[in-house]
Design a protein around this ligand. Structure first.
Ligand SMILES: N[C@@H](CCC(=O)N[C@@H](CS)C(=O)NCC(=O)O)C(=O)O
Length: 216
């Protein structure tokens, strides 16, 4: 199985299925295509019909779109708790993961993922981004309160939902968003996983710079 991804410093969508595969020790070959280069589009289109990463390719099976890749991994590995085992927790995890996939554009635009950057706090993205963050934190708190007793992640143990929100945790830290202790503890838990540390270490070693992702 191959996972085609973009730069680790910037490619937030790529991070999500990569974290799932790595955390659950699903074997894959990584093909990293630097984004925003003259040949990026042609290189991505050689694998991914949408022209976007991430994309999973396994023989004659091609899956693009982040959540579709994660669902395919879960379907292929029913032995692994990629989604929470409890049906109510799983339904909640799918709902908030889809909400992430479909939304929060104001936050994503104002605060692009940039693992190498560290910015001082200032309100970014106006009321719309603040509303996105408030909604995200409400989702996290509800998941932790209702289903998180067994561990430090949204549903106790690390799941696909934590991978879906991992890039948001980096936005909060990169742009120094004020965080209450419970949120800080969750962010730290995600960013302490071996998979996240491996991704970030590789991202920090990259030298590609995409000016459109560099704010200020
Ligand atoms: N809805 C897509 C979004 C993928 C996406 O926007 N990927 C970005 C990189 S993070 C990309 O491929 N950008 C290259 C381009 O748009 O040319 C998914 O969930 O996989």
């Amino acid at each position: 199985m191959k996972l085609i991804i973009g730069n680790k410093n910037y490619s937030s969508w790529s991070m999500r299925p990569w974290l799932v595969a790595r955390h659950f020790r699903i074997a894959f070959d990584e093909i990293l295509i630097p984004l925003d280069m003259p040949d990026t589009r042609a290189k991505v289109l050689a694998w991914s019909p949408s022209g976007k990463v991430p994309c999973m390719v396994d023989g004659d099976v091609t899956v693009w779109e982040t959540l579709a890749i994660i669902e395919t991994l879960a379907e292929r590995h029913p032995d692994l708790p990629i989604w929470p085992r409890d049906p109510a927790a799983r339904a909640h995890a799918r709902a908030i993961s889809n909400e992430m996939h479909a939304g929060f554009a104001a936050l994503r635009t104002a605060c692009p993922m940039n693992l190498k950057a560290q910015k001082p706090w200032k309100p970014r993205g106006g009321e719309a981004a603040a509303k996105d963050v408030a909604r995200i934190l409400a989702n996290w708190r509800e998941a932790r309160h209702r289903f998180g007793a067994g561990g430090p992640f949204l549903y106790g143990a690390f799941s696909a939902a934590d991978a879906m929100y991992a890039p948001v945790t980096t936005r909060l830290t990169t742009y120094s968003w004020p965080m209450d202790d419970d949120i800080r503890a969750y962010v730290d838990a995600v960013q302490s996983t071996e998979a996240f540390v491996d991704w970030k270490t590789a991202g920090l070693a990259e030298t590609w710079v995409t000016s459109s992702e560099e704010v200020d």
